[in-house]
Design a protein around this ligand. Structure first.
Ligand code: ZN
Length: 241
């Protein structure tokens, strides 16, 4: 029996922060096993490449095709434009800068406070959609040092949203304590080889937006930090399975 079949399904609605990357795709599948209705939100913040946003509809389509109950649970997709984020950020994702590690130890792709802003908008949207569950792919196991990916940050945001919106919020981060290899393993556990293949083929992580090159671990340039992390994670997953 697959992991997903053993889940008790909550009658609640969950809103998944869904970027089109590997992590948020596995989170979306995770949510589809647990909630009667699952909506998705993506943020268009002037990413230098639009590939990440472009792969989202196809991933949703393919997830819905995997299982009839996932198709019936998968609800609306919301894309929120956050142009202001690009305007206040001098980073490699939104400007034509080299991706490297800056003096503060963070990659130049870092948009300060990005996840805090995403959570705030997602919380406001969830409020309006009648959902108290937010699901997001933050992970502090092999992350790039983003302080707003840390478990303590996410727990603090849960309290802030609950107080600030005067409604109970629950923030779920199923990947917080697993590494990239563990994320591939979780995909297979939730949806078998079909979900694993979908995750490899359709999701996008590459900072440079490269979809022309296909490796065993998926599409990408192979050299940026996101590609390296994904390639290493897939190799470790393969070695362990
Ligand atoms: Zn890359």
């Amino acid at each position: 029996m697959l992991y997903a079949d053993a889940m008790t399904v909550s009658p609640d609605t969950a809103l998944v922060l869904f970027s089109g990357g590997q992590d948020s795709t596995v989170c979306l599948a995770w949510a589809l096993t647990r909630f009667a209705r699952v909506e998705t939100v993506g943020f268009d913040y002037g990413q230098r490449h639009a590939v990440e946003l472009a792969v989202r509809p196809r991933i949703r389509e393919r997830l819905a095709a995997l299982r009839p109950e996932w198709a019936s649970r998968l609800g609306d997709d919301h894309v929120v434009k956050l142009d202001a984020l690009a305007a206040i950020s001098e980073t490699a994702l939104t400007r034509d800068m080299q991706i490297e590690i800056a003096e503060n130890g963070l990659p130049t792709t870092f948009v300060p406070g990005r996840n805090l802003i995403f959570f705030t908008f997602a919380g406001a949207l969830a409020y309006r959609r009648g959902s108290k569950h937010l699901v997001a792919g933050m992970c502090e196991t092999d992350y790039s040092g983003y302080p707003d990916c840390r478990d303590d940050t996410v727990k603090a945001v849960q309290v802030v949203l609950t107080l600030g919106l005067d409604r109970r919020f629950v923030l779920h981060t199923p990947l917080m304590w697993i590494d990239k290899a563990g994320t591939f393993a979780l995909a297979r556990e939730i949806g078998g080889d079909a979900l694993l293949d979908l995750t490899v083929e359709e999701t996008h992580s590459c900072y440079l937006g490269d979809r022309a090159r296909r490796h065993g671990w998926g599409h990408g340039c192979g050299d940026c930090p996101a590609c390296k992390l994904r390639a290493a994670g897939f190799a470790k997953f393969k070695a362990g399975s």
